[in-house]
Design a protein around this ligand. Structure first.
Ligand SMILES: Nc1nc2c(c(=O)[nH]1)N[C@H]1C(S)=C(S)[C@@H](COP(=O)(O)O)O[C@H]1N2
Ligand SMILES: [Mo]
Length: 526
């Protein structure tokens, strides 16, 4: 039948429709909380790394451009991952609110928003370097749970959407009682699901496995060599305690590898492949070495450096056993989470103490530092030598493969640059005139430190007293008893390595192969 009166146009009816921003915010937040709670629960069952938050965060880390990464490291330092997680949280909250506000007006927009949400998680989880098809599951179940929550909410926010029965509503069309009960139930479900996810995820943790590792009794750590520590207040100790050792990696969730499940496959351009278990590795001849490890991202004067006593087996002996093709110039090591490192094979096999380490300062490797096994090659920055959670070594060539940071523009070859740092006094310290101990560390791994000099203002270089040398692979402490006179002073330090090369004064940023320049501080003497 033809209509006699013009129906209100869509635009007019919508203009009259209450906007219900407040309820929309609640709906969006609770639907998102349920979605994330259920996703975390599913991830706790199938694979904690497949959580959409971890997968999206990991993707963000891998996609971060160099300038932003540099900014994040300089600005947030070791908190950069917490900042990233906070950023993801804020983004999620904003998106959730937008979806909620849209959903109370147009349910289809809400469902579509949740679907996009879920698909982003699926895409991120599937494209992680170690992604498997099952990793899509947390985002799918999370998305479905969010949609279910929305479907349960709609009758309360817009009775006309769902129920023909007359209900008592506010002028904005909200069934308050139903809205409150649905919201409370959703919030509770989200908390329970998220909590259960945490409990389930513990199955994947490696703490118990680490506690069960018994290091060989031969590995009882002997004290550091006499004289390696000058024990000046404020000076970094010769051995960096594990808890204070810097941590740098791309892992949002610390990989959990149980020693009993760990396997290392050595393959590629070799005569015969080999697979090692943790027990087999522990039963090989072990060496214990002090090795200083530092990050190419360390700024002049920065803290991304530490010195530890590592226990492990020589990498070279394993490479000798598998028989390396002489044209295999690159040794590609891969961690369980897909991170890769490319090391010149010749360097790993030139007699230095390149090792597969299982212990750090007398303890099984801490989880953060690569439990159960990591690689170390003295003399190279960490990103080309120090693979944590290592599970695969492939003999290859530099032409055939670019490792993780090489793809992002960092140098393929990255020997450690000679450098030095003033630890005490601190920058901008106020000091009393008189004799002041000025001390710090200097490093030129595998070449060794020959001398260190300090200068005040533009005065002459004063030779520092050096701590005893442990090996050429560790840093050395230095000390100058400085005659401080009243006024502001600029203190600068420089090191000379055992090839006779003096640390360069030219300042360069960390990218692409390590920072250079003198560490300089200003102090006020009164
Ligand atoms: N699996 C894995 N190993 C890794 C990295 C990483 O991101 N993932 N980062 C490397 C870098 S850049 C450095 S400097 C060292 C840092 O080791 P640490 O965290 O034990 O100090 O680990 C190296 N090994
Ligand atoms: Mo690094």
């Amino acid at each position: 039948m033809a209509e006699t009166a013009a129906p209100p146009t869509d635009a007019r009816s919508r203009a009259k429709e209450p906007r219900r921003i407040g309820p929309g915010i609640v709906v969006g937040s609770i639907c998102a909380a349920v979605a994330i709670g259920v996703a975390q629960l599913t991830a706790g069952i199938v694979n904690p790394e497949a959580s959409p938050i971890v997968a999206v965060g990991g993707t963000a880390i891998d996609a971060t451009p160099e300038w932003l990464k540099g900014f994040a490291i300089r600005t947030f330092g070791a908190n950069d991952k917490r900042v990233l997680l906070a950023g993801i949280g804020v983004t999620l909250a904003v998106v959730a609110v937008v979806i909620g506000v849209a959903a109370v007006r147009r349910p289809m927009a809400g469902y579509a928003g949740l679907a996009v949400f879920g698909l982003v998680g699926v895409a991120a989880a599937l494209t992680r370097p170690d992604g498997a098809p099952i990793d899509a599951l947390p985002s799918i179940t999370g998305g479905l749970a969010g949609a279910l929550m929305l479907w349960m909410f709609l009758p309360a926010v817009a009775p006309s959407f769902a129920t023909p029965a007359p209900v008592r509503t506010t002028p904005t069309g909200i069934d308050r009682r139903r809205f409150f009960l649905t919201g409370a139930a959703g919030a509770a479900a989200a908390v329970v699901a998220g909590g259960a996810g945490r409990v389930f995820a513990q199955r994947f943790e490696a703490d118990a496995s680490r506690a069960a590792v018994h290091l060989p009794s031969s590995a009882v750590t002997s004290p550091a060599r006499v004289g390696t520590d000058l024990t000046v207040p404020g000076l970094s100790p010769f051995i960096t305690p594990n808890a204070e050792f810097y941590r740098v990696d791309t892992a949002l969730l610390v990989p959990a590898v149980k020693a009993e499940d760990w396997r290392l496959r050595i393959h590629g351009m070799v005569d015969h492949e080999m697979t090692l278990t943790f027990d087999q590795l522990m039963n090989r001849p072990l060496i214990e070495r002090d090795i200083t490890l530092n990050c190419v991202s360390n700024e002049v004067g920065g803290g991304y450096i530490g010195n530890a006593r590592w226990l492990g087996t020589r990498l070279e002996s394993i490479l000798d056993e598998v028989g390396v093709d002489p044209t295999a110039g690159q040794l590609v090591s891969r961690s369980v989470d897909g991170f890769t490192v490319g090391t010149p094979t010749a360097v790993a096999m030139d007699g230095r103490d390149a090792m597969l380490a299982i212990a750090m300062n007398g303890e099984p490797l801490p989880l953060d530092h690569g439990f159960p096994v990591r690689m170390l090659v003295p003399g190279l920055y960490g990103y080309v030598s120090a693979t944590k959670w290592v599970v695969d070594i492939e003999l290859s060539t530099f032409d055939a493969f670019d490792a993780y940071w090489i793809r992002r523009g960092w140098a393929q070859q990255a020997p450690v640059k000679t450098a030095s740092r003033i630890d005490t006094p601190r920058a901008n310290a106020r000091l009393d005139a008189g004799t002041v101990p000025v001390a710090g560390v200097a490093w030129a791994q595998h070449r060794g430190i020959a001398s260190v000099d300090l200068r005040a203002d533009d005065g002459p270089w004063m030779p520092a007293r050096l701590s005893a040398e442990d090996t050429v692979d560790t840093w050395r402490q230095w000390l100058v008893m400085w005659d401080a006179t009243p006024g502001d002073h600029l203190l600068e330090v420089r090191a000379t390595d055992q090839t006779g090369a003096v640390q360069t004064e030219a300042s360069a940023p960390p990218f692409p192969d390590g920072a250079t320049g003198y560490h300089a501080i200003v102090v006020q003497v009164t």
